[in-house]
Design a protein around this ligand. Structure first.
Ligand code: NOJ
Length: 520
């Protein structure tokens, strides 16, 4: 008998952005008590785990991805007792809890960095990456911050530069120093010992840099108007073998706690992404995030190829995963429209691999314009107007039609979606044809049908504009047909329809405009 598959292979992860879930203390910003109060929404949806974006003490230069204490809770969000209550409630509801672990950089307010920058001889100097100026007196190499501008900041007091892959308020830790490894692993243990079920690991492929910090090659494809970061190819600043060895070390530690899961945030093409699974003997992270549904144009032919190539690239000891939205990416319904967002939901929830959902996508939140005066995201503020601002995906959850959608009693930190009076959780609860109900049906089906949760994936021949595939597990066969166009497409199907993305009965021999179908 083969061992039953672990929960993180069968299950579905739901990402919560704590600032924007529910505010219970009237400051316009979501908090841990708010998450606890609304976990039943996630449980009713049918997800298996929540991943919480950072809630650690932070000056919020990058909204929590600048951590000033890896083992605490920022007072904006609550305290450790509030976290413990949230965790207990989640476990009571059968939900696992993954935290966001941010290893590449801390906040410049973290006591470690304060010590490190205090003098060249401080015991923590080498916990961060300090270098003398380059030969021309400028930065030590040509690296560019992911948020634009040089990745080095000059520190007047000690006369050296420090490295930061993101904001200057987010200095990169030096993972080549064993004391850093020990301190950060102790932080992970702090939360594992408290009972968390795993981590989503922020920019995992960034954590170690090539020895000698050589210049990155220039990207010949960069054009004006494209983000600054892409001027260079990040060959020496990311994806180093030593980082994969650290991932294997994290894995050994997590596995020591039983069925825990590590999800790695990694942006790489298939063959390089696959290396983050490690080997069967020495596995890396369980799920190196696969962002291709976010990155690719919404085109049936293209996506069909991408899905097949990715599915084939996952090693036998690995397990695939899919993501379609996050606090960093444009909203799927904003990108492709509501009708296709329903097809997208069916795609995400019927592919082979663990899906990660992003809060608000289950009610189809679409485009939100953020007036320049309300922009908060440092990426937008530093490179305005080129469409890379992340505020539109971080707007508060609209719970019902009461003032400020019952998110808060104060003005929310970001505006709500403009249609919140009609597009909110309560309104969709009452509408059986809503996106929310479609998500629930898809999740329920995935739970009931091993072919969807665990089965193999096989591409089927399909007319232009359609993605078609079969999922197989034992004797069970399910066919998925997705019409990525707004036109009717004739396609002979014979099996029994068990779910359509449209509210009315399917039409034999065709896919209607914007229709996805699951057939048994
Ligand atoms: C990825 C996170 O998802 C993003 O929000 C953050 O700005 C960067 N990492 C830096 O931590």
């Amino acid at each position: 008998m083969t061992a039953p598959s672990p929960w993180w292979q069968r299950g579905v992860i739901y990402q919560i952005y704590p600032r924007s879930f529910l505010d219970t203390d009237g400051d316009g910003i979501g908090d841990l008590a708010g998450i606890e109060a609304r976990l039943d929404h996630v449980a009713r949806l049918g997800a298996d785990a929540v991943w919480l974006s950072p809630f650690y003490p932070s000056p919020m230069a990058d909204f929590g991805y600048d951590v000033a204490d890896y083992c605490g809770v920022d007072p904006i969000f609550g305290d450790l007792a509030a976290f413990d209550r949230l965790l207990a409630r989640a476990h009571d509801l059968g939900l696992r809890v993954l935290l966001d672990f941010v290893p590449n950089h801390s906040s410049d307010r973290h006591p470690w960095f304060q010590e490190s920058r205090s003098s060249r001889t401080n015991a923590k100097r080498d916990w961060y990456i300090w270098r003398d100026p380059g030969p021309d007196g400028g930065p030590p190499n040509n690296w560019i911050s992911d948020f634009g501008g040089p990745a080095w900041t000059w520190d007047e007091a000690t006369g050296q530069y420090y490295l930061h892959a993101f904001l200057k308020e987010q200095p990169d830790l030096n993972w080549r120093n064993p004391e850093v490894v020990a301190a950060m692993m102790a932080a992970m243990r702090f939360w594992l010992d408290r009972g968390v079920d795993g981590f989503r690991i922020d920019v995992l492929w960034h954590i170690v840099k090539a020895e000698g910090l050589p210049d990155n090659p220039v990207n010949p494809d960069w054009r004006e108007g494209v983000r600054d970061r892409d001027r260079l190819i990040q060959r020496h600043s990311t994806d180093q073998p030593e980082a994969r060895a650290l991932a294997a070390q994290f894995r050994r530690m997590a596995d020591g706690y039983g069925e825990r899961v590590l999800v790695g945030e990694i942006f790489l093409p298939n063959e390089r992404l696959a290396r983050w699974y490690g080997t069967a003997e020495e596995p890396g992270v369980h799920l190196p995030f696969n962002f291709q549904l976010i990155e690719q144009p919404w085109d049936a032919h293209r996506l069909g190829d991408v899905i097949a190539a990715y599915d084939a690239s996952v090693p036998a000891h690995g397990w695939p995963n899919w993501v379609m939205g996050s606090h960093d990416a444009p909203r799927i319904a904003g990108r492709i429209g509501e009708a296709q967002a329903r097809v997208a939901a069916m795609l995400l929830l019927t592919l082979r691999g663990t899906p990660t959902l992003y809060q608000g996508d289950e009610i189809g939140i679409g485009r939100v314009e953020i007036p320049a005066t309300r922009a908060r995201d440092p990426q937008e503020l530093r490179q305005p107007g080129i469409g890379i601002g992340r505020d539109p995906s971080r707007t508060p959850m609209p719970w019902d039609g009461s003032p400020d959608a019952a998110f808060s009693t104060a003005e929310p930190w970001l505006p709500l979606n403009p249609d919140w009076r009609t597009r909110n959780v309560a309104a969709q609860e009452h509408d059986p044809g809503s996106m929310l109900h479609l998500y629930r049906k898809l999740l329920a089906l995935r739970r009931d049908r091993p072919a969807l949760a665990l089965g193999s994936w096989h591409a089927l021949e399909a007319p232009s504009g359609v993605i078609a595939y079969e999922r197989r597990h034992g004797d069970e066969r399910l066919t998925v047909l997705l019409n990525l166009t707004a036109g009717r497409i004739a396609i002979p199907w014979r099996a029994d329809p068990i779910l359509s993305t449209l509210a009315t009965d399917p039409e034999p021999g065709a896919l209607r405009p914007d229709e996805g179908l699951i057939l048994a």
